[in-house]
Design a protein around this ligand. Structure first.
Ligand code: ZN
Length: 330
């Protein structure tokens, strides 16, 4: 019993990683996500992929201590995935369903951004910290809080959902969640592009961004780095919103470190400095010196987080067993 799997179910692909308890990461690969209302075909695909991997590595199911699975939706403490909108699923007891089909126990599940935070906390940027808040800037904006090794889940699985913090109560357009004025509408990759287009429309100021047929968030940050004034203004605008959202979140959780991840974070130190600067301007003086870091595990944070969840449970179970033993010996 010394192997485990980390699985990260995304809207287009499912990432799977095999880890050993001792040597940690062994191999990883991807399969496409079948979209639809029924999660069973997706779980069947994962089961098949895992079977093949076990065969390839001459491993038995009994040697697997568990599977940690990240899903793109809120997950409650008792393992209920409360819908995954971008795949098409409604509420599902994903861990329980997967355990039955795959035949490996336990299958522990968590929200993808929350598990990415746990992955960074356990193996990545935050591995020397006691607590962290992570924000992922991708197609959407995700978030997660880890305190003393435990993901903050909350009653409904919503804790850490920083991307849907309202940043503009007067916004007229709707976010993917149905609400208006969410951080995600301005600071996700798509949000940043929309903000950029609005800035360009509002003025005649020259900008290298105007020469592009289509603008991506990467273009925006690249041009800002090169010193294009308009791109810099846009980058400052979205950074200010991010800094304020992080400052507001810190008033509740005050973690030791803030980690920024997701595709957009590949803009690197430049982006980190801008967001950290905006944070510092918008937070209590005594909370200003917070550590900020870029995520280290990149796209693999979710599978690492899944594995951390399994290892963590095993440690907890062992601790519990030891306590029971002590009690019985008394
Ligand atoms: Zn929203």
């Amino acid at each position: 019993m010394e192997y485990c799997f980390g699985v990260d179910i995304g809207g287009t692909t499912i990432k799977i990683g095999l880890f050993s308890q001792k040597n940690r990461f062994l191999e990883k690969w991807e399969i496409p996500t079948k979209k639809g209302k029924d999660p069973k075909p997706v779980i069947n695909d994962i089961a098949e992929a895992i079977e093949e991997c076990l065969k390839r590595n001459k491993l038995k199911k009994e040697e697997v201590m568990g599977i940690g699975m990240a899903a793109p939706g809120p997950v409650t403490e008792d393992g209920l995935l409360r819908g995954a909108v971008n795949i098409g699923w409604g509420d599902v007891l994903l861990g329980e369903e997967a355990r039955k089909i795959i035949g490996i126990s336990p299958v522990l599940i968590g929200n993808d951004a929350r598990l990415a935070a746990l992955g960074e906390y356990t193996f990545g940027a935050g591995k020397d910290e006691g607590s962290l808040l992570m924000i992922t800037l991708g197609t959407g904006v995700g978030g997660g809080v880890v305190f003393d090794g435990k993901i903050l889940t909350g009653k409904t699985g919503t804790a850490g959902e920083i991307g849907h913090m309202t940043m503009n109560p007067f916004e007229t357009r709707s976010c993917n969640c149905g609400k208006k004025g969410c951080l995600e509408q301005y600071a996700s990759a798509t949000g940043m592009v929309r903000v950029a287009k609005e800035f360009l429309k509002k003025s005649n100021e020259p900008s290298t961004l105007r020469r592009l047929d289509t603008i991506t968030s990467k273009h925006l940050w690249d041009e800002a780095k090169k010193g294009d004034k308009m791109a810099l203004n846009i980058a400052e605008y979205v950074s200010r919103l991010l800094g304020i959202a992080i400052a507001n979140a810190c008033y509740i959780v005050d973690p030791e470190m803030v980690v920024i991840g997701g595709g957009v974070s590949q803009a690197g130190q430049f982006l980190l400095d801008m967001v950290q600067g905006a944070y510092a301007e918008n937070v209590f003086p005594h909370c200003r010196d917070k550590k900020f870091a870029l995520a280290k595990l990149r796209n693999d944070a979710g599978i690492y987080g899944g594995v951390a969840l399994v290892l963590q449970r095993d440690e907890l179970v062992n601790k519990h067993k030891q306590t029971m033993k002590k009690m019985l010996n008394r």
